[in-house]
Design a binder for this molecule. Structure first.
Ligand code: HGY
Ligand code: MN
Ligand code: MN
Length: 400
């Protein structure tokens, strides 16, 4: 069985999808979950899924499925973006899945279903759509999650309520393969065409708030201040120090979002709310880092006379990829790009992590130019995109 994906149709669909929420800077997109651009992009994808002979189905979170008849392999990713995103993060996996589904239909099989999960980029949580679909977070609890502007998931997803059906039963799928850009530097630096993922790191993510005293920035002596930002600064320096004998060079942690109140030049900030996210391939290390984070936040708050509160912590454990699916990807990579591929871990999180709760999963990476992602500059050479599509199609043919 050989599948012949059509590179022209594939690339044209990719470029058409990036028009939804086009940022007007390079090929960047602004297409956050439940935004007008996201919902319009999903409507466009639904029409494409229908044209491919798939049954269109939205689940309660707004994740969009194109379902083949009977047992099928599920391919896909997500089509929502970060607040400033690239044109390929997620979108590549959805459009490559659609192309393989079309090629499979034209070849008379195998059955291929397609999915674009909702809010993988975590406007409300962490890979929220597939986390809820995989039963790791109840819909009721998820509905209470809020974005950085305080909008609840319940409110945001109500804009798609008229489209929503039930959650799709995973039993109809034989496995899940997600094609994705690497979002890191290694394939690009080595000049290699593909990466077959061995495992995906685990993650923890929460918001922390220091509550001090808002006051005049000119008349309040430094030693009398209860400055929430200074507490955040001290916290950040202390955890970096205390992580040193816990972390490895692969461990990462990020304070990516900070909200000061009242956020004015001449006012000592009374409140600092910030995101605290950390990732590692070892679940125990993630737990040890959490202990350091919580203890250090309490210590800084007490020492400076501030109040402290923690938001809900979201987390996913590290996941190993399925051996059988990986073998098919490795054989196809060697066939399509002999000697120009590698096995590698994923430092980025993906919907595949959640699907592993129910299904055998695997992932395929293509290079990111200069390793850039989660930025308008994100890009990949079209030859590499097409090569990755061929590897994916070859793996699906091997598995059928
Ligand atoms: O953050 C991540 O790893 C994913 O791209 N949302
Ligand atoms: Mn992604
Ligand atoms: Mn992403």
């Amino acid at each position: 069985m050989t599948l012949k994906p059509d590179p022209t149709r594939f690339l044209s669909n990719l470029h058409e999808l990036r028009q939804f929420g086009a940022a007007g800077v390079g090929k960047g997109v602004v297409r956050p979950a439940y935004s007008e651009a996201d919902i319009a992009a999903r409507a466009w994808l639904a029409a494409k899924f229908e044209d491919a002979g798939l049954k269109v189905h939205y689940d309660p979170m707004g994740s969009l499925f194109g379902l083949a008849e009977g047992p099928s392999i599920l391919l896909g990713s997500h089509s929502d973006s970060q607040p400033e995103g690239g044109w390929l993060d997620g979108a590549l996996g959805v459009i490559a899945a659609l192309e393989v589904a079309c090629a499979a239909r034209e070849a008379g099989g195998p059955a291929v279903s397609v999915v674009s999960f909702q809010d993988e980029e975590g406007r409300f949580g962490v890979t929220t759509g597939s986390t809820v679909w995989s039963g790791q977070l109840g819909l009721e609890k998820a509905d209470k999650l809020t974005d950085r502007d305080g909008i609840s998931l319940a409110e945001a997803r109500s804009t798609m309520a008229h489209l929503a059906g039930d959650f799709v039963d995973p039993a109809q799928f034989t496995g899940f393969i997600e094609m994705h850009i690497e979002q890191g530097p290694w394939l690009d630096q080595a000049g290699e065409a593909a990466g077959v993922v061995t495992d995906i790191v685990g993650i923890r993510d929460m918001r922390i708030t220091f509550e001090g005293e808002q006051n005049h920035a000119g008349t309040t002596p430094m030693h009398l201040r209860r400055d929430a930002f200074q507490a955040l600064g001290a916290f950040n320096a202390l955890i970096a120090e205390r992580f040193q004998n816990v972390v490895t060079p692969q461990t990462v942690w990020t304070i990516g979002h900070v909200k000061l109140h009242p956020d004015a030049h001449s006012i000592v900030p009374g409140t600092a709310t910030f995101s605290m996210q950390w990732r590692d391939g070892d679940g125990d290390r993630l737990r040890r880092m959490e202990e350091i984070i919580r203890a250090t936040a309490h210590e800084v708050a007490e020492a400076r006379g501030l109040a402290l509160s923690f938001g809900p912590m979201l987390g996913l454990e590290p996941v190993a990829m399925d051996a059988k699916l990986r073998t098919a990807l490795e054989a196809s990579a060697e066939n399509c790009a002999p000697g120009s591929w590698r096995k590698m871990p994923s430092g980025a999180l993906h919907d595949a992590t959640n699907l592993a709760q129910y299904l055998p999963v695997a992932m395929l990476f293509v290079p990111s130019i200069n390793g850039i992602s989660h930025a308008f500059e994100e890009d990949t050479n079209e030859a590499d995109l097409v090569k990755g599509l061929e590897v994916l199609a070859g793996a699906v043919a091997r598995l059928s």
